[in-house]
Design a protein around this ligand. Structure first.
Ligand code: GDP
Ligand code: MN
Length: 380
């Protein structure tokens, strides 16, 4: 789960990582109040879960309340790469001398944590990696050993940060590592990490991805789940406990297992269609789960057909078929449904469905044929 910048900064603050004072605002008036509290000049920042906000015009400096009001009005409602801005973060502006980059993430093949540090921050790190890979100092950290100040200091030296920043940067990186490990992050990234003109090092941006497998030991993450997405389809799916991601096509997808769901998207694409979503109903595909899945997909006005692709393993196809039949009795589905049911108890499953089949509920023997039918129905 990705956090907004302001949430990431609040998360950082719990681990002692310095950030600028600021406040959240959902309206222009709140933004001016937050600016007054932070002290001018301020920077008004769009809160969307996508990078490159600065270039897109979602980050503006304001010298006084009038300017803060003007920028807040312009940025609220702005569309940044398909993300509409509903919330702002307003913080006291920093006087920047240098912009660096710092992050921790997991290097899976190496089975170690990976720290990346660069004196060339502010721009996208992918760009630095492509044009000037030598400017990124990498460090692998064994989770058993952790990161100590001495190692952090050597790392900072290797990255060639300015002399004035080195000691504070090393201390900050140890804290960022602690945040990454104890805070159960998949990614903790600061870009830019800055050295101010008056010689302070702090985080000007925050990108934090939490490892949801650890949510059982973080009851406080509930507040992040509440703001996790502004896609109403995803919010509805989350409430129903479904593993759903909204996409922009017209074929609604229901599959059991993330791998099958992804293959289903591929096959729909392959035959010339486009998926409206990813939806993995997991192992327990009973009537409740199926009804919930159909309800979420049915609520999406872009959906023109629904492709239910089930391969029974531990999940039994007869149970899924019964689930579909029961669900259809409960939810009024507007789009035609194409089913492909195979695997454990497939014959029994098809028998359960047989009396219910129509031009609104079509069964196909293979994934490819079902995809073709679903795409053809969506094109009508
Ligand atoms: P991103 O574009 O989404 O990564 O947003 P950032 O928070 O990283 O901000 C982008 C850029 O805006 C930074 O690299 C800075 O150059 C600039 N910026 C952000 N905050 C401040 C600030 O407090 N003072 C100044 N002078 N520039 C800022
Ligand atoms: Mn940034």
């Amino acid at each position: 789960m990705d956090l907004y910048e302001y949430q990431g900064k609040q998360y950082f603050a719990r681990f002692g990582i310095p950030t600028s004072p600021g406040g959240v605002a959902d309206t222009v008036d709140q933004a001016v109040a937050a600016a007054d509290a932070a002290g001018y000049p301020v920077v008004v920042k769009a809160q969307v879960k996508v990078g490159g906000r600065g270039k897109a015009g979602g980050i503006k400096l304001a010298a006084d309340a009038d300017e803060a009001r003007r920028h807040a009005g312009a940025i609220l409602g702005m569309d940044i790469k398909g993300h509409v801005v509903h919330r702002l973060w307003v913080e006291h502006a920093s006087d920047i001398d240098k912009e660096y980059y710092a992050s921790f993430t997991l290097d899976r093949p190496a089975k170690l944590h990976l720290g990346m540090l660069s004196a060339e921050g502010g721009v996208e790190i992918e760009e630095v990696a492509a044009t000037n890979p030598g400017a990124i100092a990498k460090i692998h950290i064994d989770p058993v050993d952790g990161l100590d100040e001495v190692t952090a200091r050597q790392w900072v030296d290797a990255a060639n940060l300015d002399e004035a920043a080195r000691e504070q940067a090393a201390a900050l990186l140890v804290k960022l590592y602690t945040c990454y490990v104890e805070g159960d992050c998949d990614l903790a990234e600061i870009n830019p990490l800055i050295l101010t003109v008056d010689g302070r090092v702090h985080a000007l941006d925050a990108k934090v991805t939490l490892d949801e497998n650890a949510s059982f030991r973080h009851p406080e993450w509930a507040e992040y789940a509440a703001t996790d997405t502004d896609d109403p389809r995803e919010r509805m799916a989350k409430e129903k406990g479904l593993n759903y991601i909204g996409l922009s096509g017209s074929v609604g997808i229901i599959a059991n297992g993330a791998g099958l769901a992804m293959s289903t998207l591929d096959v729909v694409n392959q035959v010339g269609g486009s998926a409206a979503n990813f939806l993995d109903i997991g192992g327990g595909a009973n009537a409740d789960v199926m009804a919930a899945a159909l309800e979420v997909i049915n609520a999406d006005p872009a959906v023109k057909s629904i492709f239910v692709n089930i391969f029974g393993g531990i999940t039994r196809v007869d149970e899924v078929a019964q689930g579909v039949v029961d669900a259809l009795g409960r939810v009024d589905i507007t789009s035609p449904i194409v089913l492909r049911l195979d695997g454990t108890n497939a014959v029994a499953g098809r028998q359960i469905l047989a009396p219910h089949l129509s031009d609104r509920l079509v069964a196909q023997p293979t994934m490819l044929e079902a995809a073709r039918t679903a795409v053809a129905l969506a094109a009508r």
